[in-house]
Design a protein around this ligand. Structure first.
Ligand code: CTP
Ligand code: ZN
Length: 150
């Protein structure tokens, strides 16, 4: 039986197929609840064909590509659905680029990207799913990527 856990939305963004338990990290990346006043619904541990998943629905907001790369770092199987007038008008699978610049900090305190100079953090993507990255400057692999996303 197909159950509807949370209502369909009229317009906005649905981030679907987030691994169960990771919705809270996705909310944090989107700056919710601090920086946005749109209605947000979250479903956790929803049963689906591929096991349990979380879903985040943000009304009246289309998320930007910069945020999509951040989501790919913590929810590599997520799909981004742009809803317009109740229809899924765009559907994208998130995908990490080969290199990411400026979206997460290096965990090495002596890394050049952590000095007060204007050197932006830069990471080589070693694996997209599960996400593994390595600092371009000092080669350190952060242990908990989600903790350091800017
Ligand atoms: N959705 C929504 N409001 C709408 C339309 C869709 O909240 N007006 C949500 C659905 O609940 C679902 C997601 O957007 O979580 C994608 O919708 P849809 O493409 O119709 O679902 P599926 O075909 O199951 O998606 P997929 O193949 O990506 O799993
Ligand atoms: Zn580094």
């Amino acid at each position: 039986m197909k159950e509807l856990k949370i209502p369909l939305i009229k317009s906005g963004t649905v981030i679907d197929h987030i691994a169960a338990g990771n919705a809270v990290k996705v909310l944090r990346i989107l700056g919710i609840p601090k920086t946005h006043s749109s209605t947000v619904s979250v479903a956790m541990n929803v049963r689906s064909r591929l096991g349990k998943k979380d879903i985040v629905k943000v009304e009246n907001r289309e998320i930007d590509p910069y945020e999509v790369d951040k989501i790919a770092l913590i929810a590599p199987k997520a799909t981004i659905n742009i809803i317009r007038n109740y229809e899924v008008s765009e559907k994208h699978k998130v995908e990490l680029p080969d290199e990411i610049v400026g979206i997460t900090h290096c965990s090495n305190p002596t890394c050049v990207s952590n000095y007060n100079e204007p050197v932006e953090s830069r990471f080589i993507v070693l694996s997209k799913d599960p996400p593994r990255i390595k600092c371009y400057y000092c080669e350190r692999e952060p242990e908990d990527i989600a903790e350091r996303i800017i």
